[in-house]
Every structure is written in C-alpha cells, then in structure tokens.
Design a protein around this ligand. Structure first.
Ligand code: TXA
Ligand code: MG
Length: 363
C-alpha cells in the first residue's frame, strides 16, 4: 500500500502535470478518467487524440465543489441544484446550459455542458489543489471496456500518459448517471450509480429516459448501441437460462477448441462441477466479490463468479470483461441477477457490449 506521503507527492505531481497541459489517469468512484485541465483547449484536444474519440463527442467537466456549479452552468433550474446538493460528490452528471468559461473543445461546440463532482478522495484532492475543473472521459480506448483499476488504464495507454494515480479498484464500477436539464423536463441519458427512483424521490416527480437513438442523434458515446465492448462476443442470459444454454452449446457458434467465458452470480460449486473439473484461480484484481475459476470438461470455461447483490455486479463487471478477454475466450456469456437499482445500469452496459458492432466509420 502506498503511504500517505507518497500519495501526497503523487498528487503534487498530478497537479503539476495538469497545469503543464498534460493528460493523466485519475481514479474516480465510478471508473478511472483520462483527465486534463478543462479550461485548456489544447490539453482537452489531447484527450480525444489519445482515446481515438471522435471530436464531436462531449466530455464531462469534473468540479471540486458544489459551489463551482454556477461558474460553468447558467440558468440552473432549482431541480438541478436539488440533485447536486443531494448527490454530490457522487456518481451523477448534470447536463446544463454552459457559461463562456467552458471551452468548445469540452462540449463539442454544444451550448450545454455535463458537470459532476466526483466522490473519490484523490480526484477531489487534485481538483481542489488545481482550483480548475477537469475534463475527463473514462480512461479507455474509444468503444472499449471502461477501466476500474490503474492496471486497466495502463493496458490501454501504456506509456502514452505520464502518470496514472492509483486509487484502488473503484467503488461503483459503472459510469455516472447522466440527467439532462436542457429540455422541457429532466431526462436520464445514461443509467448509473444514482438510480432513477432516487432521483424521482428528490424531485418528487417521474422523469423520462432516453431509450432509442439514431446514430446521427447520438449525443453520448454511451448511447451508441454498440459500446463498452470486449474483444470477445457477448451473450446475455437470464440466470435460469444459463445451465440449459451451456449444456447444449451449438458447435457451429461455439467450437469446442475455443474457451467460453462466463460471468455469473449465485451459482453453487456443485452446479459448476456439473460442467467439468473446477479449479479456483483466485480473486479478480483485488475484488473480494469476484472469484475466478477454470472448468475443464468437454470444453474449457473461464469463469468469474460474483457474490453479493447488483452493487457487487456493477463493481466487478468491467474487470470481469477485461479478465475474460485476457484469457482469450471467444464468447463471454453473462448471466447476472435481474435486479433494479444499479442493476439497470449493469443490464444497459451488458446489452451494449452484446449489440452488433458496426464499424466505427459507419453512420
Ligand atoms: O462516471 C463517469 O461519468 C466517468 C468518470 C470518469 O467521471 N466519465 C465518463 O465519461 O463516463 P465518458 O466521456 O466516458 O462519458 C461521458 C458521457 C458521454 O456519453 C457524453 O456524450 C455525455 O457524457 N455528455 C457529455 N457532455 C454532454 C452534453 N453536453 N450533452 C449530452 N451528453 C453529454
Ligand atoms: Mg466512456
């Protein structure tokens, strides 16, 4: 474990690099971000270059305090203030009308900006010392699985970023909920750690959500049907369907020579042993709720078993997808409890990971 003093020297280095216009990796409570000084257009452009992200796709501006909100957003509805007071710091981004202090490079030229105050102590410390907002998308290559540990960021960017602060595995595991306040009524653009019913309870009204978007209307990469995709194909099943599916795998689609990846919740050891000889491989990247197994039978399964509820599934999901990719499985079969709350965000990410993958140049 890093000591307190090495933390503070890392944070000083981070602030120095950011002031110098560099991009760094930074932990938040949701996923790791690829962060730059949000008031420095050249530094913000470097984020797009590193990620391979199309320039029109806007970034979230991260704030060090609730009081910064009025500096970067104007005509802020009282309802947005209510949500900020209740959920910040935390996994909620608010889309509001921007002020002139927000560069075009952050918003892709839009008149709106997404703002959020992250809850991770390292991110907050950097923001407070910097005294400026940080533009930060998730620290993954465009369209790939988001990072929840420092090692994930290094997998995608290696030496391309001068520093990735290590804040451990993230506590939420999926990206923030995004609520848009620029329309007539507030609307959820992306599900995340703050749930629809928690938001509705604060606002005392039902809120809408974005369901289907045509690609030319896409405001958020997270809205693209195919996103958050591992290298392996992804199949999503209800928990009751899993064993039947595995026992009758179609050899045309699942050749016996290819391992199959599994992400499951709530299966007993006895059930797993029906599939072949079970070997315990240890915990997934320091996540106590995720155990890795290999099953060798008529075919090989690489498996991540999640214990706990939907919050645990959210924390483990991206690390599990990345782990199974590193095992070179051809397909990942995911079967997690179908719960509400943050389970809605997990289901959303999985269905996007499973969606057909058009080439990124297609309309
Ligand atoms: O939890 C999170 O939100 C993480 C951490 C690092 O804070 N960040 C994150 O950033 O997920 P990114 O860039 O991967 O996703 C940001 C989402 C995108 O879908 C983007 O299109 C949307 O926010 N967004 C940003 N500005 C917007 C705006 N003005 N209007 C609509 N959507 C916006
Ligand atoms: Mg992202």
């Amino acid at each position: 474990m890093a000591t307190l003093s090495s933390h503070s020297s890392d944070i000083e280095a981070a602030v120095r690099l950011l002031l110098g216009g560099n991009v760094i990796g930074l932990p938040t409570e949701t996923v790791y971000g690829l962060a730059a000084d949000g008031t420095n257009p050249a530094a913000v452009l470097r984020i797009f270059e590193l990620k391979g992200r199309p320039k029109g796709h806007p970034l979230i501006l991260h704030l060090g305090d609730v009081s910064w909100l009025e500096r970067f957003a104007r005509d802020v509805p009282e309802q947005a203030h209510e949500l900020a007071r209740r959920f910040w710091p935390g996994p909620l981004s608010l889309v509001l009308r921007r002020t002139a202090l927000v560069p075009d490079e952050v918003t892709g030229g839009r008149e709106s900006v997404a703002l959020r105050m992250p809850a991770h102590p390292m991110a907050l410390e950097v923001l407070r010392r910097l005294g400026r907002p940080l533009a930060a998308p998730s620290a993954n290559l465009f369209g790939r699985v988001s990072p929840t540990t420092r090692a994930h960021v290094e997998e995608d960017f290696g030496d391309l970023v001068p520093l990735v602060l290590d804040g451990g595995a993230t506590s939420q595991g999926v990206e923030s909920t995004i609520v848009d306040f620029t329309g007539e009524t507030p609307r959820i653009l992306r599900h995340g750690g703050v749930t629809k019913s928690e938001i509705e309870a604060v606002l005392r009204q039902e809120i809408g959500e974005l369901t289907h978007v045509r690609s030319r209307d896409v405001q958020a990469p997270g809205m693209l049907a195919s996103h958050y995709a591992p290298n392996a194909a992804v199949v999503v099943l209800a928990p009751g369907e899993l064993l039947g599916f595995l026992e009758t795998l179609d050899p045309a689609r699942f050749p016996a020579s290819e391992s199959v990846g599994l992400i499951t919740q709530g299966l007993t050891r006895a059930t797993l042993e029906q599939l072949g000889e079970l070997t315990h491989r240890g915990q997934l990247h320091g996540l106590p709720e995720a155990e890795c197994f290999t099953i060798a039978g008529t075919r090989r399964f690489e498996m991540v078993v999640v214990s706990g509820d939907a919050r645990a599934a959210a924390r483990c999901l991206y690390a599990a997808l990345r782990h199974l990719d590193s095992c070179h499985v051809g397909t990942i079969v995911a079967s997690l409890y179908d719960e509400g709350g943050i389970g809605v965000a997990v289901r959303d990410r999985l269905s996007r990971a499973a969606a057909p993958r058009p080439s990124l140049t297609e309309e």
